[in-house]
Design a protein around this ligand. Structure first.
Ligand code: 6PG
Length: 244
C-alpha cells in the first residue's frame, strides 16, 4: 500500500479545477493504455463543481468521452429525477452536456425492486460490463469518493453490516445518521480497493474531524478502510477541510 497523495487547494472552486485536471489526465492515460476509461462517480453535493468543470472548456473539448464507461459508487434509492439522486446530479451537470454513449452509462437500477434486488441487479451489470468470472473484482481506472462528517464514504456507514462485506460487489444498506434518510446501494470495500486509483474529494469545515482521524491513521472511520491494494490513493481537499 503506497502512502496517499494529499493536495490542499485554497477553496472548493480551486479544488474542483484541480480535480477536473486530474480526471482528464486519468482519462487520457487509461485510454492510451487500454482504449477506455472506467470511472465510478461519487455522490452528495461536492461533485457538482467538478462536473461543471469537466463539462466546460478546456476539458469538454479534450476528453475522449466516447471511451468513458460510467458507474456510481453508491446511490440513494430514489428516482433519478429526485433532488437526492446521485445519478440525477451527474445527469444534470455532466452527462447531459457531454457525448458519452448511453450504452456506456450504468445508472443504479433503482426501479429493479427492493434494495436487495437493486443491489443484485447492479452487481450483475458490473460483472457483465467488466466481463468478470466468479470471484473476480472489477478494476476501475478511477473511483471518485466523498467523505461524510461521520467518516463514511460511498454508503459505507459506521456500524453497518455493509462494512464487513467481502464477497459481494454491491450491497444494500439502510441510511446512516446523515441525511437523506433513504435506503442506499453501495460498492463494497473490495471493489473500492481493487481500483487503479481512488480519489477522495472533500471540502468544508464539516470534514475536518473525520479527515484528521483518517490521515492520522485512525482506522475507525469507514473512509480509512479505503486502501487500494495495487493502486493510487489521493485526497483532494480545500483549506477549510484541513484547517487546525
Ligand atoms: C452519498 C455519497 C456520500 C458523500 C458524502 C459527502 O450518497 O451520500 O456518496 O458518500 O460522498 O456524504 O457528501 P457531500 O459531498 O454532500 O459533503
Amino acid at each position: 500500500m503506497t502512502a496517499p497523495v494529499v493536495s490542499v487547494l485554497p477553496d472548493a472552486d480551486a479544488l474542483a479545477a484541480a480535480a477536473a485536471a486530474y480526471v482528464a489526465e486519468s482519462s487520457a492515460a487509461a485510454v492510451a493504455a487500454r482504449g477506455r476509461f472506467t470511472i465510478a462517480l461519487s455522490g452528495g453535493s461536492t461533485p457538482r463543481k467538478l462536473y461543471e468543470r469537466l463539462s466546460a472548456e478546456p476539458w469538454s473539448g479534450q476528453i475522449a468521452w466516447d471511451r468513458w464507461h460510467v458507474f456510481w459508487s453508491d446511490d440513494r434509492l430514489v428516482p433519478a429525477d429526485h433532488a437526492d439522486s446521485n445519478v440525477g446530479l451527474a445527469q444534470r451537470y455532466l452527462l447531459s452536456r457531454v457525448p458519452i454513449p448511453a450504452s456506456q452509462v450504468h445508472p443504479t437500477p433503482v426501479a429493479a425492486g427492493d434494495p436487495a434486488a437493486v443491489a443484485q441487479a447492479y452487481e450483475a451489470e458490473l460483472r457483465s460490463a467488466f466481463g468478470l468470472a466468479p470471484g473476480e473484482w472489477p478494476r476501475f481506472d478511477l473511483i471518485l469518493l466523498g467523505l461524510g462528517s461521520d467518516g463514511h464514504t460511498a454508503s459505507l456507514f459506521p456500524d453497518k453490516p455493509a462494512l464487513q462485506e467481502q464477497q459481494r460487489l454491491v450491497v444494500a444498506t439502510p441510511p446512516g445518521v446523515l441525511p437523506p434518510p433513504v435506503d442506499r446501494v453501495t460498492f463494497t470495500f473490495p471493489v473500492l480497493n481493487a481500483a487503479r486509483a481512488v480519489a477522495f474529494l472533500a471540502a468544508g469545515a464539516d470534514k475536518r474531524e473525520p479527515l484528521k482521524r483518517v490521515l492520522a491513521g485512525d482506522t475507525e472511520p469507514p473512509a480509512a478502510r479505503v486502501q487500494p491494494t495495487d493502486g493510487e490513493l489521493r485526497w483532494m481537499l480545500d483549506t477549510a477541510a484541513t484547517a487546525r
